[in-house]
Ligand binder design. Structure first.
Ligand code: OFO
Length: 162
């Protein structure tokens, strides 16, 4: 049985995941406008993934007799200085999401809510992957710096995301 507090906190996370989707779609728009078609593709895929993360919570809430609350979302940032800054921001954002998931897991453990803890374990693992992905791409971008040929090659790699 889901506590009221857990229902609220899962809905907070639902909002975080939808906001992540919005944030990454905004980054995709910036990439499209700044001639990084690979980056735009990468972040459109990430947008879809984040909607998936949100919908997992939506479905879980309905399974355990909670009620998903569809949130209003803040306007995400739309301007960035460079592709490097985009990935710095994305990594920073993923670290924030990791902290949110950790706090949710702490609550599930405190409430001895084993079902929610088991549900959240997927997110714990996913966040390891999310941070690693952003970190690895950021490392490549830092390596090429502002070299346009290097950035072209990184962008071409980003276009390959499935
Ligand atoms: Fe939902 O993992 Fe990214 O934000």
């Amino acid at each position: 049985m889901l506590s009221k507090e857990m229902e609220k906190r899962l809905n907070d996370q639902l909002r975080e995941e939808f906001y992540s989707a919005w944030y990454y779609l905004s980054i995709a728009a910036w990439c499209d406008a700044n001639d990084y078609p690979g980056g735009a593709h990468f972040f459109k895929k990430q947008y879809e993934e984040e909607v998936g993360h949100a919908m997992r919570i939506y479905h879980y809430l309905t399974e355990v007799d909670g009620k998903p609350v569809i949130p209003a979302l803040d306007q995400p940032p739309a301007e960035f200085e460079s592709l490097q800054q985009v990935f710095e921001k994305a990594l920073e954002h993923e670290k924030h999401i990791t902290r949110c998931i950790s706090e949710l897991m702490d609550l599930a453990i405190k409430e001895k809510d084993h079902a929610t803890a088991a549900f959240l374990q997927w997110y714990v693992n996913e966040q390891v992957e999310e941070e690693a992905t952003m970190k690895n791409i950021l490392a490549q971008i830092r390596m090429v710096g502002t070299d346009s040929r290097g950035l072209f090659l990184v962008d071409r790699e980003l276009a390959k995301r499935e």
